[in-house]
Write a new protein. Structure first.
Length: 356
């Protein structure tokens, strides 16, 4: 039965049969998540869900949960809430991550429907917080999506990001009597359209800078070094992203020496060793070594969020300037740029082959 014939089969259902819509294809952009508000309890609920994920913190729950619930979450929501308040979209009363992901989804829907018509339904979900993965997938299924492409917005594969997003999608399917077919989008940091958009964002930032940056730091969210030893390819994907970005910049007219583009990692959490070097420490060292004009880009983030708008723009910028740096250029995430949305559309179309 073809998708088109499936949608018309409801005409032949016996009287009183439950509605059976069908024949549509869904595309779901999946991002990390956000608290619903910046108050203590909203942030605590969000952090509890996030830090209870065994993909994120894989210590024994018998040891971790008492520490998390009784110690960490008694204090951390105050600091995190302050960070969120500093970047909060007050017009929409939501985090920038939510605003940007919604805009990406709306523009992607327009791009894909222009090419493929109304059979496509495009939505977004969050791994933690709202809209939840379960609610969005169930809604798409109820609207007749028999095939769903699940698209984690992480260019590099990581078990605490891509894998946990996919886990949550499959958990939803476990609860359905009639499962839709589900495909997941793999790491896409090597896709030419993504690299072209990333290169364009860097070149535009360099052109707008009052003083040309002497070096470009590609700062990625960190992971424990143990994850690399256990087979997670994230660190290797990040290193390769920097190399591919350097090559793309050269082709686009902004050649950089090997010493002028640097891979670092941010957002360390917990006592164990993480992959490095640490961004906040390394930018200060660069300033002490005589780099006075620095640019920082975040290739692992598809949308600006607390890790970029607060951690990079405040903490990491401050560390560089306090160590003697003079100008600090933050290259915004690709967000809802037209070239980024077109890249997401091309990646989605590639993974939708045979469904459209």
């Amino acid at each position: 039965m073809t998708p088109d014939s499936a949608s018309s089969s409801s005409e032949h259902l016996p009287q009183g049969h439950p509605p059976s819509p069908g024949g549509k294809v869904g595309v779901v952009l999946a991002n990390l998540g956000t608290p619903d508000a910046t108050d203590y309890w909203s942030v605590r609920r969000y952090l509890s869900e996030f830090l209870s994920d065994r993909r994120v913190v894989d210590y024994s729950p018998w040891l971790w949960q008492p520490l998390l619930q009784l110690v960490i979450l008694s204090r951390r929501p105050f600091a995190s809430g302050k960070a969120y308040r500093g970047i909060w979209n007050r017009d929409n009363d939501e985090s920038p991550l939510l605003t940007i992901t919604r805009e990406q989804t709306e523009k992607l829907a327009a791009e894909l429907k222009r090419e493929h018509g109304e059979r496509l339904e495009v939505a977004f979900c969050m791994r933690y917080g709202n809209p939840s993965t379960e609610s969005v997938l169930k809604d798409l299924h109820a609207r007749g999506c028999e095939r769903i492409l699940f698209f984690p917005l992480y260019p590099q594969y990581g078990s605490p990001t891509t894998a946990t997003a996919n886990d949550q999608a499959f958990r939803t399917l476990m609860k359905l009597k009639w499962q839709p077919a589900l495909r997941t989008v793999p790491a896409y940091f090597e896709h030419l359209a993504y690299l072209a958009a990333l290169s364009a964002s860097v070149r535009e930032a360099y052109a707008a800078a009052e003083t040309p940056p002497q070096a470009l730091v590609a700062s990625y969210h960190g992971v424990p070094k143990r994850f690399l030893d256990e087979g997670d390819p994230y660190y290797c994907h990040c290193r390769k992203t920097t190399r591919l970005l350097k090559e793309q910049l050269g082709r686009d007219g902004l050649p950089l020496d090997d010493e002028a583009i640097i891979t670092t990692f941010q957002s360390k959490f917990g006592p164990e060793e993480w992959v490095g070097p640490a961004t906040v420490e390394h930018v200060a060292e660069l300033a002490r070594q005589g780099i006075k004009h620095l640019a920082v880009v975040s290739p692992a983030f598809a949308a600006d969020c607390v890790e970029t708008l607060e951690e990079i723009e405040e903490e990491i910028r401050g560390a560089f300037l306090e160590a003697g740096g003079e100008t600090f250029t933050y290259v915004p995430c690709l967000n809802a740029r037209d070239d980024h949305v077109r890249a997401l559309a091309r990646i989605a179309e590639q993974e939708l082959a045979g469904w459209l």
